[in-house]
Design a protein around this ligand. Structure first.
Ligand SMILES: [Zn+2]
Ligand SMILES: [Zn+2]
Length: 99
């Protein structure tokens, strides 16, 4: 269920607000602000940027892709700002409390 799986590489994205920034992806519910709970998927060691999925999407991340509208690329500053009003868990923490 909670396989650790990197969804996108921590590459640089060009953000309209923040310029070139470490990027990740967020699920569309986090992007549109409808999610209440965000789960932070940490980047591999040495990379910056995190991915965020809502508590529903984190249960089937392999179904989500940037191309099909399930995921949206976001710079790490926008992702952080977008999740400010949500409860944010780290993946390990979330997996422990939701076996
Ligand atoms: Zn979602
Ligand atoms: Zn940004």
């Amino acid at each position: 269920m909670h396989r650790r799986r990197k969804i996108a590489h921590g590459h640089l994205v060009t953000c309209r607000r923040h310029g070139k920034s470490p990027g990740g992806v967020v699920c569309r519910h986090i992007h549109d602000g409808s999610a209440r709970v965000a789960v932070r998927i940490p980047p591999p060691p040495g990379e910056e940027g995190s991915d965020y999925l809502c508590d529903r999407c984190v249960r089937h991340p392999w179904d989500l892709q940037v191309g099909n509208g399930g995921l949206v690329a976001a710079c790490m500053w926008c992702a952080r700002k977008g999740t400010q009003h949500m409860q944010v868990f780290d993946l390990d923490e979330y997996a422990r409390s939701n076996p």
